[in-house]
Ligand binder design. Sequence first.
Ligand code: ADP
Ligand code: ZN
Length: 433
Amino acid sequence: MIYDVQNETMPRDELEQLQLKRLQYLVEKVYYNVPFYRQKFSESGIKPEHIKTLDDVKYLPFTEKQDLRNNYPFGLFAVPKENVVRVHASSGTTGKATVVGYTQRDVNNWAKLMARSFVAAGVTRSDIIHNAYGYGLFTGGLGAHYGAEILGATIVPISGGGTKRQVMLMRDFGPTVLCCTPSYSLYLYETAIASGIDVRDLKLKIGIFGAEPWTDEMRNEIQNKLNLRALNIYGLSEIMGPGVAMECITAQEDMHIWEDHFLVEIIDPATGENLPLGEVGELVITTLTKEAQPLIRYRTRDITRINPIPCKCGRTHYRIERIKGRSDDMLIIRGVNVFPSQIESILLETEGLAPHYQLIVDREGAMDTLEVQVEVDEKLFSDEIKHLQRLEKKIQANIKEFLGVTVKISLVEPRTIERTAGKAKRVIDRRPK
Ligand code: ADP
Ligand code: ZN
């Protein structure tokens, strides 16, 4: 099923024409309405009339998270304040929160894109959605909420936390769809088991998981434990919130990015140069329809690639690959670049481990060091010490072989790594500042 057939299956040449028209309109609008952009454009010698093709977007200056912080809170609004009906803020994972504003039309577009995303995941009006994304300044909860309502599904606005109660309500209400972070879905699973509920008796069919990086191996783990199809959703508050890109249930691989609303580029994060289609780099997004706070060439810091291969679901919008991580999450251990998600893949392929881990980065002399703390599963925990030591050696050897770095492995007791209702904290940085 497709929610908005006309826009989601538009032939690519038509889609690109629409993008160009919207880009030209946007550039003119911000040039005349947002002093920040006018100044930035002038510094690079750019006038709105210079944008003649979609490719010309590369002449526009980037917008960075720091620009949002410098203009905190409302300095990037492109409409009079009375037209702004809502504000959200990013969860501030990497520093001071950044603020976003929405007009009524922005809120409506967001709801429609979320509805599109739900339908791409196989959700219909007859589904009951247990929405455990946090409600509040964080965009996850309300974003999914409005999308579900205009789709006509039933939404349970449970928000994050109170995990025991969540499990009880899931048993009583029989939701067919679960929305939360991938890590929280496993916490719900554990809590259900501890409360004597077999999740296989619940009616869950579809999980819509995002807001943090996760791997294919984590997907397998979650699908097996929760007995549902786990789909990946991507978004960020600066651009809109959840529903910027969504995996379709037909392919269940890579996420359609809604190109009639977002223009995407992939750049080399070190040089800022555009990379050829299909290469891995930093995702840059220009919002094509946002009114209150449009962003030009926003550097998301998220690392991915564009998959231009037509999807068997019939949608013509390109897909982005599962996010590897943020460029600022990349660890450099003895000169080798490592993403936490690469470690996750190796851990989850190792028998005897539970899918809960944390990476501790520290410094010894001039060298950064990495310790991987990972929980062992219940069965293994009662095993002999020498078995555990053998397992540590094995993981260490695998990480050395696949990633080329030597790390310390510490197996820890079941349920000792902190659980959260939102984004899991995977990296603890103990390096002296
Ligand atoms: P914050 O930057 O404070 O975490 P947001 O709550 O807006 O703010 O989170 C957006 C970020 O979350 C994205 O830029 C990305 O790094 C991460 N993210 C969102 N969805 C996914 C996903 N499906 N896979 C990996 N990372 C994701
Ligand atoms: Zn598809």
